[in-house]
Design a protein around this ligand. Structure first.
Ligand code: FAD
Ligand code: NAP
Length: 873
């Protein structure tokens, strides 16, 4: 966090400008306009010769937007929306550039922009609380606030190919295309790169050139744009209520107001899946890919079905089977690299004068004076076009030598990947903002929506500072670390980190592999940014005029999928279970269980009956698909001793059975209030004894068991271990207690912190205890195992707790108490999880890591037994 002294003594001299802005693309232009509107003095510095940013530089043939024009445009000026008519569904680069020039002219923005002026360094001067900006023109400008609107894709990547400089023919970069245009007529042309720029330009270059050779290292997924007039239904929707349309875009997942799918790809028949994919193909809309089903970027199996579908289309279009195969992506899931929209891309490879060179088979060796050598062939060309991409997101920012507090450079701070709060600011660099910086939705959204949101946020923040007589703002280290964690948590439940994409920095040699943008959605992101402000600029230190306001904290602490689930549940307004009768609560829980994902396939499921302490008990046995016999785990379901059955925990048992490669026997037990304490505990113990005696009949390996349970089932597993110790058997080699009930009092802090908002509430726990045990019985160790006088000699244990669970602290206390008694214990605290997270298989994807650890622990418990047996022999 920022040291006190700096702010206390700061002398706030008058800088040249309130704000210096870098860039004059979509972001820089809107910033200038908005800052002016709010009465700030501002200057934009722009390396290019005019406004436009991306659309100034990328003038290659075929350059267009890939978000529909009506969406890919400003919304801040309602007049602009009526006076500007887009001519096509996807406007060309010249049309978008004309649009931005029109905006600059309409709002008289050029007078505050210095063109052909590249910012080279920016240094924070703590004594005057100003930024010193130096440019290639030698000028030094001072400002209070420094905003980089330098673009995410504005720094071309070096082609890093040997011999680049020695080619004597014409050389072009799609990202720096000559303004005069290029005529390829009668020329032999090479294009290197098959990302969006290559895919858009290749058909048009082919239409002119005598010969075109495309050098492809990695094939990309592309769907046809079906460009033409703006689809009438969309235009009508937009024109009917422009303001409403824009508002829906602002609160949508990707900044485009289209309906999200509500179903996963594997939940429908093959015919329906295909029909939906055909519709995506026909619609020609990039965001449609991810929205065909709600799990395309989450579930590998679902994604593979779309990969296969697109592969089928490519094979149907491209007549040469070898070329078709080379064009089919096989190394990444669709959408994990930016997918492309094309016009006749695959068809172009059917032309006689167009050839694809697959660099995977014959890598590019070098550029020569006359052409290109691969490892197997020499090619001669008149022109080489590099469509080799960008040093994305961080590249343009760290290209400027930015020095913050204490002489620390941003380049050094970000050496292992960018650290930011909300993608807007970074600790140690006061008053420095980035528009659509790393850690914000940016390139995973319709950029115009994200740009407007960032500009509005930054400008309102500056206005708030001014209104409150403050001048300096900087995020705290805690807030930044929390946000970086959240950004990673969001990415890690998706397939994105599996691809070698520029989103991961993988396209630039030596760049750290970190997922750069925020995949949580523009809607969720906007909510977080608004909430930060509503909570008094949570996570920021703001200071000036002798004041210093510290508001430390983390804006998102729940795992993203847990947060979404809680929001969805809150929207359903479900009745509290504790207001129902036990029968009604059981029926309601069963209804909820019926609509969740089923969990993975196992080798075999056998339902049976075993003798309990007070009559027969149902059980369900899960056998792995691998060759047996297997070790056996006895499992007890959750439900506060009142609810649940082997059905309720079925997906969890399947998942653990597959992951741990052990037989799981999920045992039912008598429920309260019909059968109160100690019925459940006695049933659980009777079941363990019976199973231990019948291991071979059940197809298990003779020897010790592992017991496992979740919640009240965790309580029973713990109790059974104590009962087995007292009875001298059966042999148990490990206990896995998942968010267990271990004590009957509600005094630990987790009950207060988490007792109201995270599904398992304090009042529900009260209801469970009231049904299960009289107050006098609750302190019995068979109800509250933490209360046992002696915990020594218990089996090895894994205790899993969830951060946002009322039971967190009693779980942790039991782990600690067992460890203190000499039991080998591992405590696995699950950050950002709630009581019900880990059993929500395929719903709470962030719980999968903990389930993997649980399974590893189970395998480990059994291995230790096997090691002992081997040693004894
Ligand atoms: P830019 O438009 O990149 O402008 C940044 C400006 O900053 C540039 O003019 C640059 O010269 C200047 N600059 C950078 N560093 C310095 C410096 N040190 N000193 C001075 N000036 C500097 N996004 C979509 O959402 N939909 C699309 O369809 C889409 N199509 C795209 C097509 C192409 C070919 C490319 C490359 C990107 C596309 N994008 C698209 C992303 C696109 O970059 C953004 O949509 C948007 O144009 C970014 O605007 P910006 O103002 O933030 O940055
Ligand atoms: P890109 O997606 O990064 O593609 C670069 C291509 O060059 C890749 O095929 C890459 O192969 C290849 N390449 C890079 N270095 C190479 C080397 N040394 N040898 C051989 N091949 C090499 O870049 P882009 O096409 O310019 O697109 C970047 C982003 O800009 C897009 O993802 C999109 O967000 C935006 N964009 C949008 C549009 C649009 O349709 N509106 C158009 C253009 C750009 P590897 O994949 O193997 O690295």
């Amino acid at each position: 966090m920022a040291p006190d002294s700096e702010f206390a003594n700061a002398s706030f001299g008058k800088p040249d400008f309130d704000v210096v802005v870098v860039g004059s693309g979509f972001a820089g232009l809107y910033l200038l306009h908005k800052l002016r509107e709010l009465g700030f003095s501002a200057r934009a510095l722009e390396a290019a010769g005019d406004v436009g940013g991306t659309w100034y530089w990328n003038r290659y043939p075929g350059a267009r937007c890939d978000i529909m024009s009506i969406d890919y445009s400003y919304s801040f000026d309602p007049d602009l929306e009526t006076e500007w008519q887009w001519s096509e569904k996807y406007a060309t680069q010249p049309e978008i550039l004309r649009y931005l020039q029109h905006v600059a002219a309409k709002h008289d923005l050029r007078r505050d922009i210095a063109f052909e002026t590249r910012v080279e360094s920016a240094t924070w001067d703590k004594d005057s609380s100003r930024w010193l900006i130096r440019t290639n023109r030698g000028a030094e400008i001072t400002c209070r606030y420094y905003v980089m609107a330098a673009g995410c894709l504005s720094k071309p990547k070096e082609p890093e190919i040997e011999g680049c400089d020695c080619f004597r023919g014409e050389v072009y970069y799609t990202s720096r295309w000559p303004h005069r245009g290029v005529d390829f007529t009668a020329k032999r042309v090479a294009v290197i790169g098959t990302g969006s720029s290559g895919i858009q330009s290749i058909p048009l270059i082919a239409a002119q050139a005598k010969q075109l050779t495309v050098f492809q290292r990695t094939p990309n997924f592309s769907i046809p744009a079906h460009n033409g007039p703006i689809p009438t239904h969309r235009l009508a929707e937009y024109e009917r209520d422009r303001a409403g349309y824009r508002e829906r875009a602002r609160w949508s997942r990707f900044g485009v107001p289209i309906e999200l799918a509500e179903i996963g790809a594997m939940q429908v028949s093959e015919e329906e899946r295909r029909a939906r994919y055909e519709a995506v193909w026909e619609a020609g809309e990039l965001v449609g890919i991810g929205l065909a089903f709600n799990d395309i970027i989450l579930n590998p199996k679902s994604n593979e079905t779309l990969c296969e579908f697109i592969g089928g289309k490519i094979r149907a279009i491209v007549t040469n089977p070898e070329t078709a195969e080379a064009l089919c992506p096989t190394d990444h899931y669709v959408a994990t690299k930016r997918a492309c929209l094309d016009t006749n891309y695959y068809e172009t490879f059917n032309l006689d004068h167009v050839r694809l060179v697959d660099l995977r088979k014959t890598p590019l060796a070098r550029i020569t004076e006359t052409g290109i050598d691969t490892t197997s062939e020499s090619f001669e060309f008149d022109a080489i076009v590099y469509a080799t991409g960008f040093d994305a997101m961080t590249g343009p920012i760290v290209a400027v030598n930015i020095t913050g507090r204490n002489g620390v450079t941003l380049r050094n701070k970000w050496a292992d990947g960018p650290l930011s709060y909300l993608g807007l600011m970074t600790t140690g660099f006061p008053n420095f903002f980035a528009v659509t910086g790393p850690g914000s939705p940016s390139v995973l959204s319709n950029m115009t929506v994200s740009i407007e949101q960032h500009v509005d946020w930054i400008c309102n923040c500056l206005k708030d500072l001014r209104d409150e007589n403050l001048e300096v703002i900087e995020p705290t280290a805690t807030a930044e670390a929390g946000w970086v964690q959240h950004v990673n948590d969001c990415a890690n439940i998706t397939l994105f980190p599996t691809a070698n994409s520029w989103y991961m920095g993988a396209n630039v040699p030596g760049k750290p592999r970190v997922f750069l943008p925020y995949i949580g959605g523009t809607d969720a992101y906007r909510t977080a940014c608004n909430e930060v402000v509503a909570r008094g600029y949570l996570g920021f230190v703001r200071s000036g005029s002798g004041q210093r306001r510290v508001n430390d904290g983390v804006i998102r602490r729940l795992q993203p999928d847990v947060q979404m689930l809680l929001e969805a549940m809150s929207a359903l307004n479900l009745p509290p279970l504790e207001e129902m009768s036990p029968e009604a609560a059981r029926a309601f829980s069963s209804e909820l269980s019926a609509v969740r994902p089923p969990g993975p396939e196992v080798g075999e499921i056998v339902d049976g009956v075993l003798p309990g302490a007070g009559g027969d008990l149902d059980y369900r046995l899960y056998r792995p698909a691998t060759a047996g016999p297997h070790r056996v785990v006895v499992y007890f379901h959750g439900g506060g001793w009142v609810l649940g059955s082997h059905d309720s925990d079925d997906p969890f048992c399947r998942d653990l059975c597959v992951r741990s490669n052990a037989v799981f026997v999920s045992v039912n037990y008598r429920h309260a209030p019909e059968h109160c304490f100690p019925a459940a505990a006695e049933d659980a113990f009777a079941a363990v004894r019976w199973i231990a005696d019948h291991l071979e009949t059940l197809g298990g390996v003779p020897g010790p068991l592992v017991v496992c349970g979740w919640s009240a089932g965790g309580n029973l597993a713990a109790v059974v271990c104590q009962m087995a110790r007292a009875a001298d058997g059966p042999a148990i080699c490990g206990q896995v207690l998942v968010t267990p009930v271990t004590d009957c009092d509600f005094l630990r802090p987790s009950y207060n912190e988490n007792g109201a908002d995270y599904v398992l509430t304090k009042s529900l726990m009260n209801w469970f205890w009231d049904h299960y045990a009289d107050p006098a019985n609750r302190t019995d160790p068979k109800a509250s195992p933490l209360r046992a006088n002696d915990l020594s000699g218990l089996p090895r244990a894994l205790v899993v707790t969830a951060e946002f669970d009322p039971l967190r602290d009693e779980g942790a206390a039991y782990a600690e108490a067992m460890a203190a008694a000499g039991v080998e214990v591992k405590h696995l605290p699950c950050r950002g999880q709630i009581h019900t997270s880990l059993t929500a298989v395929d719903m709470i994807l962030s719980g999968a890591g903990a389930r993997a650890e649980i399974s590893a622990a189970i395998r480990q418990f059994f291995h230790q037994v096997e090691d002992l047996v081997m040693r004894d022999n």
